[in-house]
Design a protein around this ligand. Sequence first.
Ligand SMILES: [Ca+2]
Ligand SMILES: [Ca+2]
Length: 175
Amino acid sequence: NMDRRQILLQLFGIAALLAGGKSIYFGFKKKKKFSKIEPGWREYQNKCYFFSTDVKSWLEANELCLEQHSNLMSIQDIQERMWVRTQIGQEIFWIGLNDRVVEGVWEWTDGSPFIETLSYPDNWGSDPGEDCGQVVGYSSGHWNDETCSAKRKYICKHSHLFYYLPNYSANPAII
Ligand SMILES: [Ca+2]
Ligand SMILES: [Ca+2]
């Protein structure tokens, strides 16, 4: 009887230890959850960027960004243009640039103005031609356009760094 009780006590002790460890683990997880941006997203100048590891058509990539409350990346100034170049190595990533509405009229999917001095796609070919924009790592991050059905990695951008903080209230105006 005594032995059984001791065994039970020991088991209880082990269980308590495990439970304690678990709560420490969850405490850590909780802390991670409330860091500034979602895991997998990168921060640059108060914006969040997601660099995919899988390849999608431009339209699929656009949908996936929208599902994450973001848009395909727009590039608005020389700093952002140079920064993205440092992030993509030699690879190609879809961005939000496109001339799908009016041929030769470039737009960003997030409604930002197109600043042509930063870079300019060659808009090669016609019917169906090239309507969807990408950044090309091996070409110094220059913008190119390609057939929209091509499968490429893609970059989503969210303009509000704290968007993913469900309980963040220090500055609710920016959410
Ligand atoms: Ca075009
Ligand atoms: Ca092109």
